[in-house]
Design a protein around this ligand. Structure first.
Ligand SMILES: NC(=O)c1ccc[n+]([C@@H]2O[C@H](COP(=O)([O-])OP(=O)(O)OC[C@H]3O[C@@H](n4cnc5c(N)ncnc54)[C@H](OP(=O)(O)O)[C@@H]3O)[C@@H](O)[C@H]2O)c1
Length: 254
């Protein structure tokens, strides 16, 4: 029986691939056989990632993309298609956060988070979706939401609101694009250790916080491999419009 999680011969595009989850997602997809277009603003880091993928005979190319800039999104997606073939899998991962009390948020903080996490994710998925529709081959879009997009998390109001938008965007796109064989799902991770939060979890306050988690641990990017490959591949052919909460049960005690 062939491997239902295989991405052999498919092109995948990952945004926010220069660090943390996106970097790991790109490696995982390449190991599953995909040609991977890795996108972000820090292209020096992307080049290192491409070398790491090529070292195990995988295939990847780096594309500069700022998800707050529409022209940059279109140009990276066009470039990926020209160089690696039409995108069949999108991992819509680029994201940022501002951790503040609601009363301390500035308009600039608000716009920064919303423009990156919601407007950016929308523009990337819209552009990839348009191309999947034109090519008529279907595809899988995996939006990276967050536990904070479903449950309230202290000091993460605007971040949570942006991710809540990503969750609902997932459902709208799944509904509208089902007829084109495009599946759209989301992953809502709990706390995974990356550059975004490593300093906090290393601190005393961070360690105390983890003691309150159900399983008293922070995840590693590899803990999302199974969910990512499930949603990206044909293994989830009957699944669209869902959000998988991959949070180690944390939302049960938050
Ligand atoms: N780590 C967690 O615990 C956790 C939990 C739930 C959800 N998430 C979500 O997972 C995703 C990845 O987070 P992470 O923890 O891996 O954070 P990270 O290490 O800070 O990575 C964020 C990535 O997003 C990219 N990015 C940020 N702004 C961008 C922009 N304007 N244009 C293009 N790329 C941009 C960054 O690349 P450049 O700076 O090079 O452009 C970087 O590659 C985010 O959407 C985050 O909200 C993370």
């Amino acid at each position: 029986m062939s491997n239902p999680f295989s991405l052999e011969g498919q092109t995948a595009l990952v945004t926010g691939a220069s660090s943390g989850l996106g970097r790991h997602f790109a490696l995982t997809l390449a190991k599953a056989g995909a040609r991977v277009a890795v996108c972000a603003r820090r292209t020096d880091r992307l080049k290192e990632l491409v070398e790491e993928i090529e070292a195990f005979d995988g295939r990847a190319m780096a594309f500069s993309m700022d998800v707050t800039d529409h022209d940059s999104i279109v140009s990276a997606i066009d470039g990926a298609e020209t160089e690696l073939g039409a995108t069949r899998v999108l991992v819509n991962n680029a994201g940022t956060t501002v951790t503040k009390k609601i009363v301390d948020f500035t308009v600039e903080d608000y716009d920064h988070v919303m423009d990156t996490n919601l407007r950016g994710a929308w523009l990337v998925a819209q552009e990839v979706g348009r191309k999947m529709i034109v090519h008529g081959h279907g595809g899988s879009i995996v939006n990276i939401a967050s536990m904070a997009g479903i449950h309230t998390v202290r000091l993460l109001s605007v971040y949570g609101m942006s991710k809540s938008g990503v969750v609902h965007m997932t459902r709208f796109m799944a509904q509208e694009w089902a007829r084109y064989d495009i599946r759209v799902n989301a992953i809502a991770p709990g706390y995974i250790e990356t550059e975004l939060n490593a300093d906090f979890f290393a601190s005393e306050k961070g360690q105390e916080f983890v003691e309150r988690f159900l399983r008293k641990r922070v995840g590693k990017p590899a803990d999302l491999d199974g969910v990512l490959l499930l949603l990206a591949s044909g293994a989830s052919d009957f699944v669209t419009g869902t959000v998988i909460e991959a949070d180690d049960g944390l939302s049960l005690v938050m």
